[in-house]
Design a protein around this ligand. Structure first.
Ligand code: F6R
Length: 610
């Protein structure tokens, strides 16, 4: 995830910026840069790769000055490269901007600016901001920034400097976090607390729609419309490690809580302003190609494979094209039947998984158009694929994938809706209806996270068991496969996810007195059937927990031992909600067993061997 740090004061600015960026390295990044006011004017240094690359660039030509902004970039618009890294500037080189987030309407703005004679050097949405600020500047940087952002839609945290007013640093927050650090004769900005913790513990937290104007001696807070506001200063007592985890005990828990934001970010810029359509401005997959598709293969590993199960079902339902899901390590060795009308979708959080990369190459060798759904825009898979849909979940640090999985679901839903639009397989009303339901998902996840204690209590109950079962039908079966994988990998409890109707064909033999069975019961069309399967395990002594909608709790409690409820959405979208208690279950069970939640045994975050 991109990181921002900014400084105005008497210290060596370059050191403050580089040290601040180092504290944000844990979040992951692919390039970095700083801009500093020097006696020669605003000077910028940036570099792809690790911060060490930037430091070695600065070794012989340090940027000495009194104010500056720095950035670590996690590519979203445009590949990782020196030129795409921040800070960005305008053609006069008098303005400099660092930005976290996404400018949804950057293409429109870019076209307008190009028509007005502005020249672009990067592929980023951020460069639009530096040109806009330059265009609007009439002697007051605060007004210029306010004017510029009035044209922008989306999420942005900004740090802005101009050579014309070297005693000011302007910061903006709109749906992307930003804090102000307060010092004596110096002030700071940061996208995260660790960035400034070495220098101050006194902070203001900006809210959405607010901005700050920093000088060495003062910080003025105002709304983006220019109305002055006051804010209580907060004194942070976190150590660096707690600060990195945003106050959560583990990265996994932090990432579970980041899901509402990841949903919003993955949808951002991909839904038309009136909410009626999905738009994919950068997709190379033409409408003609979409119309000609006769089959889709979805290929991935682990959690990404599980996301593909849900995604494939959604695409089949929305687009009525046959979808085949495959584990990447199997796909490449089984001579898959790929025709010119096959679309191969590879799914990978890291974009570096060797099996998935090999499957992608196999698909390419057979002439398929390959579309990657990945969280890392500069990854090998993103580079090799013909098309990329980025999941904008931000870097995932915990080995157990959570927000990447759910963002992959969102990407699949969007893709399915887009294809349905092109092929005319769903009415405009139906598409708008699904989009509206998707837009409610983030709040629904937030409401579930508030009730995490009930899951925690159940996790503590099952933590002493060595075996358990998950059951479900339809999409519930796909989701319990993810729930089971999550539980196994971090709690080390052996679990099996079973299609509820399949148990009686053998596995029922393993159901004995007291064994926990977690039944996901959210799909109304198979609800009664699942209840029959629950009765089968109950009759053999299983202890059953049902996860279902509120309206079914009372009825289900006649057949199960306990029940948890989740909010209601469309059946197709339910996996984006129902997986959340399963993620929390795995987390709290691992915690209860004293395991290293973020770094489970035998596993690595990125599996680059076959
Ligand atoms: C489980 C998990 C793994 C990954 C798998 C694929 O929590 O993280 O199962 O999903 O190794 O990794 P990516 O998505 O990076 O290709």
């Amino acid at each position: 995830m991109c990181g921002i740090v900014g400084y105005i004061g008497k210290r060596d600015t370059q050191t403050v910026l580089i040290e601040g960026l180092k504290k944000l390295e844990y979040r992951g990044y692919d390039s970095a840069g700083i801009a500093v006011f020097t006696p020669e004017g605003l000077q910028i240094a940036k570099s792809i790769g690790r911060l060490a690359n930037l430091e070695s660039k600065l070794e012989n030509t340090p940027l000495v000055g009194s104010a500056g902004i720095g950035h670590t970039r996690w590519a979203t618009h445009g590949k990782p490269s020196d030129v795409n890294s921040h800070p960005h500037t305008d053609h006069s080189q008098k303005f400099s901007v660092v930005h976290n987030g996404i400018v949804e309407n950057y293409l429109e703005l870019k076209e307008e600016l190009i028509r007005q004679g502005y020249e672009f050097v990067s592929e980023t949405d951020t460069e639009v901001i530096s040109h806009l600020v330059a265009r609007e500047y009439e002697g007051d940087i605060v007004k210029a920034v306010q004017k510029a952002i009035s044209y922008m839609r989306g999420a942005f945290a900004l740090g802005v400097l101009t050579e014309y007013e070297p005693n000011k640093l302007v910061a903006v927050r709109q749906a992307s976090p930003l804090i102000i650090g307060l010092g004596e004769g110096e002030n700071f900005i940061g996208s995260d607390i660790p960035a400034i913790l070495n220098y101050t513990r006194n902070i203001y937290i900006l809210n959405d729609g607010e901005m700050a104007v920093l000088t060495e001696d003062a910080v003025e807070l105002m709304t983006i419309e220019g109305n002055f506001i006051s804010r209580e200063m907060i004194s942070v007592d976190w150590d660096t490690v707690t600060a990195e985890k945003g106050g959560f005990d583990h990265f996994m828990l932090k990432e579970i809580h980041e899901q509402p934001k990841a949903y919003r970010d993955t949808m951002r810029g991909r839904i038309s302003e009136n909410g009626g359509k999905v738009v994919f401005p950068d997709l190379k997959l033409t409408e003609e190609k979409i119309r000609s598709l006769s089959s889709i293969h979805i290929v991935a590993c682990g959690t990404a494979y599980n996301a593909g199960l849900v995604g494939g079902a959604a695409i089949e339902q929305l687009v009525r094209i046959p979808v085949m899901n495959d584990v990447a390590s199997e796909y490449r060795y089984r001579s898959p039947l790929i025709t010119p009308d096959t679309l191969v979708i590879v799914v990978s959080q890291s974009g570096e998984t060797a099996d998935t990369l090999a499957a992608l190459r196999e698909a390419h060798a057979n002439g398929a158009h390959v579309l990657a759904i990945t969280n890392v825009v500069g990854s090998s898979i993103a580079r090799d694929a013909d098309d990329v849909i980025a999941t904008l979940a931000g870097p995932e640090i915990a080995v157990a994938s959570t927000k990447a999985y759910t963002s992959q679901l969102i990407a699949f839903y969007l893709l399915g809706l887009y294809m349905a639009q092109v092929r005319g397989t769903q009415s405009e009303e139906e598409i708008a209806h699904v989009i509206a339901a998707m837009q409610s998902l983030p709040e629904q996840v937030e409401s579930m996270l508030e009730k995490a204690d009930a899951v925690k209590a159940y996790a503590e109950q099952i933590a002493g068991h060595e075996h358990l079962f998950f059951i479900g039908r339809g999409l519930d079966f796909s989701v319990v496969q993810e729930g089971s994988l999550k539980l196994k990998e971090i709690s080390y409890i052996h679990s099996e996810a079973y299609a509820a109707g399949e148990l009686k064909h053998g596995t029922l033999a393993l159901i004995e007195e007291g064994i926990p069975v977690i039944a996901l019961v959210t799909q109304d069309n198979v609800l009664e059937k699942t209840v029959s399967n629950i009765k089968e395990v109950k009759a053999r002594g299983a202890d059953v927990m049902a996860i279902t909608h509120e309206e079914h709790v009372a009825d289900l409690l006649k057949s199960v031992d306990q029940a948890l409820s989740i909010p209601k959405t469309l059946p197709m979208l339910t996996p984006a909600l129902s997986v959340v208690p399963l993620q929390l279950l795995a987390y709290y069970a691992a915690l209860a067993r004293g395991n290293d939640v973020d770094k489970p045994r035998n596993l690595a975050k990125s599996v680059t061997v076959e």
